[in-house]
Design a protein around this ligand. Structure first.
Ligand code: ASN
Ligand code: ZN
Ligand code: CA
Length: 332
């Protein structure tokens, strides 16, 4: 028996009609991605442990695009993992989460009315709840990129998930999650600097987080202050999310893919954006070469300045923007 890679079609809930890498199995097909280390997607059937069942199908056309159908959450999860894998490879030159070509796996339909998604390093897997109505799985593309990137952080800087390093850990997942969304160039889920805008867990159409002005969510920090490390890591992440937005896009008002942003600095200074691609390179090099488990905001500034110097030079406009963006979020 030899696994045969096949090209499936998925009707996703959040990203429209998508291509899926699947594998022929017996008389049917399974969600095993032979193009990306063999990444598998499982249905937990509302359970909370183990793997449940590998998701299978008779005709290689998956899901109906709604939360009423059990396959649909698996479609979004499988697609999100594939796009994240491809982003790592093409933008970061990285072969999978740990850089060794090995796949993780995804689990959908976790628990009953569970409103979260998470990465777990001990299983090297990511898991998605079904949302409050059990029909709104938390499988949006930026969420998948976010959760998988917790694995990337664990395999690199391994930032402690508390205090300022915890905020940096969370922000790294938002930075790469958003980068995956832009990279995927999906017509239904277009790239933005909003996190979780598709899954609607607030129930009013607002996203979970905003990178241009993190405080728009009602809790996140726009700027560093000495108490930011006391906040929940999903709020202290705001400082680095805001840094990344400023570095990529610059300060002030801007419309990207139809979304209006407004990103003020703490002191009214102007930051000139260097573009998302360069900002991602700088963040990844800082994360993988200069940050450690205890890196705080001051040390993150140093790490990204070193990375920008390595990549673009000590006299570069890119380095100047890194310094200006940190100053703009009050990391001096
Ligand atoms: N969705 C959350 C996260 O990835 C889950 C958590 O806070 N543990 O950060
Ligand atoms: Zn997270
Ligand atoms: Ca988004």
């Amino acid at each position: 028996y030899e696994a045969i890679e096949t090209a499936g079609v998925g009707n996703s809930q959040y990203s429209g009609k998508v291509d899926l890498s699947t594998t022929a199995s017996g008389s049917g097909f399974e969600l095993t991605d032979g193009d990306r280390g063999g990444h598998k997607t499982y249905d937990l059937g509302q359970g909370e442990s183990g793997t449940g069942d590998l998701v299978t199908d008779d005709d290689d056309t998956w899901g109906d695009g709604t939360g009423n159908d059990r396959q649909t959450a698996a479609v979004d999860a499988h697609y999100g993992a594939a796009k994240t894998w491809d982003f790592y490879k093409s933008a970061l030159g990285r072969d999978g989460i740990a850089g060794d070509g090995k796949a993780a796996y995804s689990r959908v339909h976790y628990g009953d009315a569970y409103v979260n998604a998470f990465w777990d390093d001990s299983c090297f897997c990511m898991t998605y709840g079904d949302g409050a109505d059990n029909k709104s799985a938390l499988t949006g593309l930026d969420v998948a990129g976010h959760e998988m990137s917790h694995g990337l952080t664990a395999a690199t800087a391994n930032l402690d998930y508390a205090g300022e390093s915890g905020g940096l850990n969370e922000a790294t997942s938002d930075i790469f999650g958003t980068s995956v969304e832009f990279f995927a160039d999906n017509a239904t889920d277009v790239g933005d600097y909003l996190i979780g805008e598709k899954i609607d867990i607030n129930g009013d159409g607002t996203p979970l987080r905003y990178m241009d002005q993190p405080s728009k969510d009602g809790g996140s920090a726009d700027y560093w202050d000495s108490s930011v490390g006391d906040q929940d890591v999903h709020y202290s992440s705001g400082v680095a999310n805001h840094f990344f937005y400023l570095l990529a896009e610059g300060s002030g008002a801007k419309t990207i893919n139809g979304v209006d942003y407004d990103s003020p600095t703490s002191d009214g200074s102007t930051v000139t954006g260097i573009g998302r691609d360069k900002a991602v390179q700088i963040w990844y090099k800082a994360l993988s070469e200069y940050m450690t488990s205890t890196t705080d905001y001051a040390a993150a500034r140093v790490a990204t300045e070193k990375a920008a110097t390595d990549l673009y030079g000590a006299d570069s406009a890119e380095l100047a923007s890194v310094s200006a963006a940190w100053a703009g979020v009050n990391v001096k």
